[in-house]
Ligand binder design. Structure first.
Ligand code: GDP
Ligand code: ZN
Length: 451
């Protein structure tokens, strides 16, 4: 699927700005450069030149940068024209490129070419998109680490440790009589458990990054007046968090996003779940249900003087069975209780006052704990893992667990070898050694044009 036709796109965002950039990539765009600039710019030097139209009229004047293949972002010849950032002038420039035979680039096509030409691997390409999409500082830090290849190199290290172990196991298969001794002498068990430990660390760090990127979806349940608004204000108040009221689909469906320690929390209010004949509202309810299906946690807010009500119970029955629930007994200043947490195998409850703020710190730490947030990893080692990466890591982990069982019983070494192979394959899919065109399409179509 490697193509080298020349592609062009405006790389700067739409609208007016100081600079507008048209980016062009292709196997040979020297003639295009010659036509627009009247010369081929010196590689990797910024040159101030006139950008010429077909009739030699000047379209704009700006900086031209020429990166000959293979030392460019895409690995092909790349030309960047930095002109003035007005929609009319930049469109003229783009049109000129298209007239000279370039094709309008698809979203992410420059980065796709970088991947296909092995300038970056798949996880790095995803890092590019995630960096552009990052909306918090933490998320941006994680993305740049992926882009820079830290995540990839961690995965490569795991893959190569696995390869060593596989070589050992496969070699052993050739000497059936001494199988067990051989593996024991080579400390195969230790090798495997080391790989497992490292994988576990990567998985944890990746989950953190995933939380930073996608945030946590929380269903908020509570009757009117139990203190939902007060609680949200408390949560956001001293954390310099952003409260955004995203216009609901119905009058009563509220969606808000707040941030705790840089982790985005998306709150879905179940006020929109009541029965109604209103068509518009029914659509809203369907959407609320869909949002609830994807939720990570339910927050049930009750008045500590009255406890969980019948209405609360009826809402609870509408939630997915496996959804963890955190019950908050609010208004303890009125019920005379002290802030505290009650935990048992089936439920967690927190007693607090949304008005005075007593118990709020407990709530914050519990919330983050329940969704698996680990502040110590967050700042430093978190990887901007996508859902796809988490699945691959979890898959590899499963295979290694099975492998450990086979190794432990020292039977069925063929199966052991097979599990190791599958684990390695799962890990390699992260950096893109085994990828389908469908997956590539899915990943790159979410990019912006010009990247
Ligand atoms: P919502 O309808 O669930 O959003 O509830 P609000 O946050 O609007 O609160 C309803 C009323 O309860 C307001 O007058 C709040 O000041 C009050 N309230 C909320 N939390 C507390 C609390 O912890 N103690 C007391 N005494 N009042 C509270
Ligand atoms: Zn309210």
């Amino acid at each position: 699927m490697v193509t080298h036709d020349t592609i062009a796109a405006i790389a700067t965002p739409p609208g007016r700005g100081g600079i507008g950039i048209v980016r062009i990539s292709g196997q040979n765009l020297k003639s295009l450069a010659q036509a627009i600039l009247g010369k081929l710019p010196q590689p990797r030097y910024a040159e101030l030149l006139a950008f010429l139209d077909h009739d030699d009229q000047i379209i704009d004047q700006g900086i031209a940068l020429f990166f000959p293949s293979p030392h460019s972002y895409t690995g092909e010849d790349v030309l960047e024209l930095h002109g003035h950032g007005g929609p009319a002038v930049i469109n003229l420039l783009l049109t000129r490129c298209l007239q000279l035979g370039a094709r309008l680039a698809e979203p992410g096509e420059f980065t796709l070419r970088a991947y296909l030409n092995e300038k970056i691997d798949l996880a790095q390409a995803e890092g590019v998109a995630d960096l552009i999409a990052a909306s918090t500082t933490n998320a941006a830090r994680c993305a740049i680490r992926s882009l820079h290849g830290e995540f990839s190199s961690t995965i490569h290290q795991l893959v190569s440790a696995l390869t060593n172990l596989r070589v050992l196991v496969e070699a052993t298969l050739d000497f059936p009589e001494e199988e067990i001794d051989f593996l024991q002498n080579a400390q195969a068990t230790e090798q495997l458990s080391q790989i497992q430990e490292r994988l576990e660390l990567v998985l944890t760090a990746s989950r953190q990054g995933n939380l930073l990127q996608e945030g946590i979806k929380i269903v908020l349940i509570g009757q009117p007046n139990v203190g939902k608004s007060s609680l949200l204000n408390q949560l956001t108040g001293d954390e310099t968090a952003i409260v955004t009221a995203i216009p609901g689909t119905t009058r009563d469906t509220i969606r808000q996003s707040i941030e705790i320690e840089g982790v985005p929390l998306h709150l879905i209010d179940t006020a929109g779940l009541r029965e109604t004949d209103d068509i518009v509202e029914q659509h809203g309810i369907a959407r609320t249900h869909a949002a609830i299906e994807r939720a990570d946690l339910a927050l049930l807010l009750v008045d500590s003087r009255y406890g969980v009500t019948t209405q609360d119970r009826s809402v609870l029955t509408q939630l997915p069975k496996q959804l963890p629930i955190l019950t908050i007994y609010n208004k303890i200043d009125l019920s005379g209780k002290l802030p505290h947490i009650e935990e048992d195998a089936s439920a967690t409850s927190i007693y607090l006052s949304a008005k005075s703020g007593a118990g709020m710190e407990l709530l914050r730490t519990t919330l983050l704990k329940m969704v698996g947030w680990q502040a110590n990893i967050a700042g430093e080692g978190a990887y901007m893992a996508r859902h796809r990466h988490l699945q691959a890591l979890a898959h590899a982990k499963e295979q290694l667990e099975k492998a450990a069982t086979w190794l432990h019983t020292a039977e069925q070494l063929e199966l052991l070898a097979e599990e190791l192979r599958l684990a390695q394959q799962a890990l390699s899919s992260i950096t893109g050694e085994f990828t389908s065109d469908d997956l590539l399409g899915e990943i790159f179509s979410s990019f912006c044009i010009g990247k």
